[in-house]
Design a protein around this ligand. Structure first.
Ligand code: CP
Ligand code: NVA
Length: 308
């Protein structure tokens, strides 16, 4: 069966754990190397990764490019608005054609049904590089960053602050698959997707949605936030006003455990969801998190292509 990676549950908890182990090993094995040097086994030599971006990206684009090179393969990057896709060619036909040029396809788009459509018509694995619904690649990097800090995933208490968005959906999915707990502080009307919450709870994770920001972070091992306005959303004044109490500042960070870490998928909107003192402070791991996108995606690619 084709290994698409549209959400973390497409792989499952054991495969995500295997990806994390592989990423830790490969990262350790190339410490200090030039970033373009291929891993010695070059497991994806001669492979091409096609990437389609219908939304902006810095980290996902750059880290997938480096990832496929380090695996011995080559990237092919396309902006949706410069493709015939942007003039009405269907996702299905695009999927059929790109499958003849590339060994895997990554797509970043708006409506999640588009990645499902791509997967349904591609004859190579399709990877979700972010949709309005979820951002699974980001969360593999986040989990890697947590493990590197010496914290174990089972039983971990993660606090989320702000918008119940695509990144939170994939974090909740990970909590169900890997056995950690999330307390999300979200304003009314901006709670996370109920289907992800229900699925994680059914797998035994404790997922609490609370309105009070301090309650969300109390006893947390990890404090995580993201932009209040995701790509494609309006900068609605009433949304920003509703989010204001959830800004991660030093006082809020101080209400978590003393050794709590701060993560943010980036790009950050300093002075909105997080203040400089936190994102630039000693508890922040955001630059490791961004670097780990490379290492995580190498393992996602290896899994998708049946090498893991
Ligand atoms: N975190 C993340 O996906 O960043 P980009 O939007 O820059 O790819
Ligand atoms: N929630 C953000 C994540 C960006 C990486 C967005 O969708 O814009």
């Amino acid at each position: 069966m084709m290994r698409h990676f549209l959400n973390l549950s497409d792989a499952g908890g054991d495969a995500v754990a295997a990806m994390l182990n592989d990423a830790l090993d490969r990262k350790a094995g190339r410490a200090g190397w030039p970033k373009g040097k291929a891993d010695p086994d070059a497991p994806l030599a001669d492979h091409v990764l096609a990437m389609v971006f219908e939304k902006n990206s810095t980290r996902t684009r750059a880290s997938f490019e480096v990832a496929i090179r380090q695996l011995g393969g080559a990237p092919m990057v396309m902006a949706g608005d410069q493709m015939q896709l942007g003039r009405g060619e269907s996702i299905a036909d695009t999927a059929r054609v790109l499958s003849r040029y590339a060994d895997a396809i990554m797509i970043r788009t708006d409506d999640h049904s588009k990645v499902e459509d791509m997967a349904a018509h591609a004859s190579v694995p399709v990877i979700n590089g972010l949709t309005d619904l979820s951002h699974p690649c980001q969360i593999v990097a986040d989990l890697l960053t947590i493990l590197e800090s010496g914290k174990a995933l089972p039983g971990l208490e993660l606090a989320w602050l702000g918008d119940g968005n695509n990144v939170l959906s994939s974090l909740i999915e990970a909590a169900g698959l890997l056995g950690f707990n999330i307390r999300a502080g979200c304003p009314q009307g901006y709670e996370p997707d109920a289907a992800f919450v229900d699925a994680a709870r059914a797998q035994g994770a404790r997922i609490d949605i609370v309105a009070d920001a301090r309650e969300a972070v109390a006893g947390a091992d990890l404090v995580v936030t993201d932009t209040w306005v995701s790509m494609g959303q309006d900068h609605a004044h009433n949304k920003l006003a509703a989010m204001a109490p959830y800004q991660v500042d030093e006082r809020l960070m101080g209400a978590a455990k003393g050794d709590a870490l701060f993560l943010h998928c980036l790009p950050a909107h300093r002075g909105e969801e997080v203040v400089d003192a936190v994102i630039d402070g000693p508890q922040s791991r955001v630059w490791d998190e961004a670097e780990n996108r490379v290492h995580a995606q190498k393992s996602i690619l290896l899994w998708a292509l049946g090498k893991l």
